[in-house]
Write a protein that binds this ligand. Structure first.
Ligand code: 5GP
Length: 226
């Protein structure tokens, strides 16, 4: 077991006593800054993978197929859905988005922690179907800040931007269903807090039980207390 793995939990085969990775769901309204925070998390914390969603939305400038999303047609999406290929899927801001079941299952069974960057409907669906989920809501500091961020990034047409802003309130209202809330006012602090959540969840006793048992075994020949 490398030291990195001791903290992250990920081990394959019997070495990990059947350890499964942790499924993290991260949601926020559009413009909430979750993309930036997740990028920082992936750079800062080893052993975390990212689930690339499927979507029928067209790529924005700078987005790459297979990296940001799997950009697919409505027919391709429907075929995938028809064969039960999605762990969850939803219509978000007028487009279809879905999480590929096989990728998540494989990562978790290999002991890798995985991030799903999905909307609040998807988060609810995952909570309903998966036995163990850690959910995090990224909260923008205010509606004004959200609007300013969304407008400044200039990735949406005006009508799409309006739709995203209209949907934002209903999304923020869902905060109460999440395990953690990260206020994204100062990006450095918010990123550190998100990383802390991952480290803390890994350290939970039920997830470290196999490590503790292994360590305890090394004490088998320790001298008895007189
Ligand atoms: P965007 O178009 O800005 O990339 O994403 C719009 C919304 O769809 C965001 O809230 C994003 O988190 C969400 N989203 C991205 N992928 C998925 C997915 O696989 N499932 C669900 N339910 N939502 C997703």
């Amino acid at each position: 077991m490398s030291e990195e793995r001791a903290g992250s939990g990920a081990q394959s085969g019997d070495a990990n006593g059947g350890y499964r990775g942790i499924l993290f769901v991260i949601s926020s309204p559009s413009g909430g800054g979750k993309g930036t925070l997740i990028r920082r998390l992936l750079n800062a914390v080893p052993g975390v993978s990212y689930s690339v969603s499927w979507t029928t939305r067209g790529p924005r400038a700078g987005e790459t197929d297979g990296v940001n999303y799997h950009f697919v047609t409505t027919e391709e999406f429907a075929r995938m859905r028809g064969r039960g290929g999605f762990l969850e899927w939803a219509v978000v801001h007028g487009h279809l988005y879905g999480t590929a079941r096989s990728v998540v299952e494989q990562d978790l069974s290999e002991g890798h922690d995985i991030i799903l960057e999905i909307d609040v409907q998807g988060a609810a669906a995952v909570r309903a179907t998966m036995s163990s989920v850690v959910s995090v809501f990224i909260l923008p500091p205010s509606f004004e800040v959200l609007r300013a961020r969304l407008t400044a990034r200039m990735t949406e047409r005006p009508d799409e931007l309006e739709l995203r802003l209209r949907n934002a309130r209903g999304e923020v209202e869902q905060y109460r269903h999440f395990d953690y809330i990260v206020l994204n006012d100062v990006v450095e602090r918010a990123a550190a807090q998100l990383a802390s959540i991952v480290w803390a969840e890994r350290a939970r006793r039920d997830r470290q039980e196999w490590v503790a048992r292994r360590v305890l075994k090394t004490f088998a020949h320790a001298p008895d207390v007189e």
